[in-house]
Design a protein around this ligand. Structure first.
Ligand code: HEC
Ligand code: HEC
Length: 327
């Protein structure tokens, strides 16, 4: 072999080795989270009630893990599908780097999971079999939840009506199949603040509802710096129409800075009405992924706390065109 060729061969060979070692390292040693804890949850009726509230109206687990009916405004849950899963996320429809399904979280699927295993997936994004899931499910935010709230959600999940529903395993494109392994981390739980401290409590609710996940514009899965809550994150409907999240910062011109508490509350309260909860929309009409009908179940006190917190974040000037129709 000629010398330059030999050198090139050695260089390419060494690079290949480094890549292989790296791939093997990430595949074997990640996700790096602790094993499931050995907790046993002694569910009380209060816990189940709190869990039902959080799962349906704050952290909205049931929003992703049920069938949503987008022939109606805001896609309310199709009756009889609570916790059944099955919604598909892929590159074409949702712009995610792979194909995966929201899973069945009724006892049909979770009956063989220990409380510790369910705790671990909620708070770290690692499944019973040790495999990581894509952070579309906001598990990094749930990692901040007060452990008592996580346990209440688990207590509630155990009471769901068992439903059939089994979906293929997630497939990630390269290099997301490796990156996704590096995202889960051990939880950093907080203590649920006293609800009388409305500012702190509002901050807690916004965190465990992961409002920022939808309301912060991202590029390649990374939130744009300085744009927290500034809106503009795009969601595509199957017919090509696009809805973009709103600017929730207190900017007077482009955010919600001129909204009074009454205006804010009224936006949610409309959807407490059973007719407004089931408003048919034609495919060319404005529709949204914002789960209004589920958040409408929050108490006035909790909504007021969220409003209070949102008034204290940094205003960002950012105009968002909320809806555009596929031409
Ligand atoms: C934004 C959508 C979304 C939200 C909100 C969400 N999840 Fe998920 N969840 C998913 C997706 C998607 C998967 C499966 C991902 C995969 O297969 O890689 C999943 C997986 C799971 C699993 C794993 C089941 C299995 O068989 O592996 C459990 C349990 C779960 N979620 C519970 C919850 C709970 C409890 C909450 C609320 C605290 C919640 N999820 C909120 C989208 C969501
Ligand atoms: C699944 C994504 C998603 C989540 C989660 C989400 N939003 Fe939204 N939100 C949107 C989108 C998209 C819009 C714009 C369309 C609309 O008005 O419905 C919006 C609009 C809004 C508006 C209307 C603002 C305006 O200018 O009209 C408010 C208020 C709001 N969201 C508050 C919240 C709060 C508070 C949370 C957390 C508790 C939250 N959102 C969580 C997607 C989301």
């Amino acid at each position: 072999m000629k010398k330059p060729l030999k050198v090139t061969g050695i260089v390419v060979g060494s690079l290949l080795c480094i890549v292989l070692v790296l791939v093997a390292y990430i595949s074997f040693f990640f996700p790096k989270v602790s094993p499931p804890s050995k907790i046993t949850i002694n569910a009380t009726p209060e816990m189940v009630k709190r869990g039902e509230y959080l799962a349906n109206h704050v952290s909205v687990c049931m929003d992703c893990h049920s069938k949503r009916d987008f022939t109606k405004f805001s896609g309310p849950i199709t009756p009889g599908t609570l916790g059944k899963g099955g919604d598909k996320f892929d590159r074409e429809g949702s712009g995610v780097p792979g194909t995966f399904y929201a899973r069945n979280i009724t006892p049909t699927n979770l009956k063989n999971w220990t409380d510790g295993e369910i705790y671990r997936i909620i708070a770290t994004g690692v499944r019973k079999n040790g495999e990581p899931i894509f952070p579309l499910m906001p598990y990094l935010a749930y990692g901040n939840m007060d452990p008592e709230d996580v346990k209440s959600i688990i207590a509630y999940l155990r009471t769901l009506t068992p439903l059939e529903g089994n979906y293929p395993d997630a497939q990630f494109d390269f290099p997301m199949n490796l990156i996704v392994r590096t995202i889960p981390k051990d939880p950093t739980p907080s203590v649920r603040p006293d609800s009388k401290d409305t500012l702190k409590y509002g901050e807690y609710l916004v965190k465990i509802a992961a409002c920022a996940d939808c309301h912060t514009p991202m590029e390649k899965g990374k939130p744009l710096p300085g744009m927290r809550f500034a809106g503009g994150f795009e969601f595509k409907f199957p017919n090509g129409n696009i809805v973009r999240s709103a600017n929730l910062t207190p900017s007077h011109e482009t955010g919600i800075g001129l909204w009074t508490e009454e205006v804010f509350l009224a936006k949610f309260e409309i959807y407490r009405d059973s007719i407004a909860k089931n408003l048919p929309v034609s495919p060319s009409d404005f529709n949204t992924v914002m789960p209004w009908t589920m958040y409408a179940g929050m108490t006035d006190g909790d909504l007021k706390s969220i409003y209070r917190y949102l008034t204290t974040i940094d205003p960002v000037e950012h105009t968002v065109e909320k809806f555009s129709i596929q031409k």
